[in-house]
Ligand binder design. Structure first.
Ligand SMILES: [Zn+2]
Length: 315
């Protein structure tokens, strides 16, 4: 499970926050839906855990039948195998709008996650299906890109639904863009880009002044010489550290390390399949004429996943 509420403070945290929250084992967690309120247990948050952190239910306990959050999880699961119907969309809130969170003063900002409480802002949900738009009475505003990425990955048959990223509107299909070596120059700022991280986790991160750079596997081309294969002009993702609290930066770095480790471990144990990779997802600005191989992360909208990204329509 991706997120939970800390009982003492009522703060919503994402599973990835667990690695940077001090003394996790002294906190009690509950379902984010206050009417459901079942206990949740934090898992796999230790420094050296290979699997991403997550929350689980106690054995034999189920979410309440009306729990908004478990409904979302249920439909994310259904969406893996088939298209979610318009009728089903009317029964749950899918993440349809990324809105800016209210800025806090950095020095007092100990929060790592964003306000992800359910039911923030219910509005009209538009499903774009072919030439007809149908309007449904629910949608979900989020202040981090995590749920949006989860929906994109989990529901590949529903990428025609409406999505708004800050001020940019479209569909999931239109607003997500994969980074490929050969598509140089075809990028448009304000979308969520995704690319495979370069597997060597030490070499592929660079700290420079106020920036961190993550190297991608995609590059202009590969050059083969006596020492092996070398990248020519690899793409880099540039993150401005000045926008981030220390905790937030730590979470991002931990997050990236975890997915890189997962990928490398599977590779070492010969369990890795070709399609599952360590990905970075970020809301970004496209490379410029001056820096043709550098994508810039907008604010702190960046997340990592060890996953497979399906494109059923391209098949
Ligand atoms: Zn629940």
């Amino acid at each position: 499970m991706y997120k939970a509420r800390i009982r003492k403070t009522q703060k919503i945290v994402e599973a990835e926050d667990l690695k940077v929250i001090p003394e996790v084992n002294e906190l009690d967690f509950a379902c984010v839906d206050k009417d459901c309120d079942i206990d949740l247990i934090p898992c796999s948050y230790g420094k050296f855990n290979k699997v991403r952190p997550y929350f689980k239910k106690n054995k034999g306990v189920e979410h309440s039948s009306n729990c908004e959050y478990s409904k979302l999880l249920k439909y994310l699961n259904i969406g893996k195998n088939r298209q979610i119907t318009d009728d089903e969309f009317s029964r749950f809130d899918y993440p349809s709008k990324l809105i800016e969170k209210q800025k806090k003063i950095l020095s007092t900002d100990t929060s790592t996650s964003d306000d992800l409480s359910p039911n923030t802002g219910r509005a009209m949900k538009t499903i774009m299906s072919g030439e007809f738009d149908s309007v449904m009475p629910s949608n979900k505003h989020v202040t981090s890109i995590n749920l949006i990425i989860d929906f994109f990955i989990s529901c590949p048959y529903n990428r025609d639904v409406y999505l708004k990223l800050l001020s940019k509107e479209g569909t999931y299909r239109h607003l997500f863009k994969s980074i490929f070596g050969e598509s140089k120059g075809q990028y448009e700022s304000g979308k969520i880009f995704h690319g495979v991280l370069y597997p060597n986790s030490k070499k592929s991160i660079r700290h420079e002044d106020q920036f961190v750079f993550f190297q991608l596997l995609s590059c202009e081309r590969w050059e083969v010489d006596f020492s092996g294969k070398n990248q020519v002009n690899p793409y880099w993702v540039k993150l401005n550290k000045n926008h981030l609290s220390k905790t937030k930066l730590n979470r991002i770095l931990e997050d990236r390390q975890t997915v890189n480790n997962q990928s490398n471990l599977d590779y070492k144990e010969k369990k890795k399949n070709k399609e599952t990779n360590a990905y970075v997802f970020f809301l970004g600005n496209a490379p410029t004429y001056k820096e043709p191989y550098i994508f810039e992360v907008v604010d702190d909208y960046i997340s990592f996943r060890y996953t497979q990204v399906n494109h059923p329509d391209d098949e």
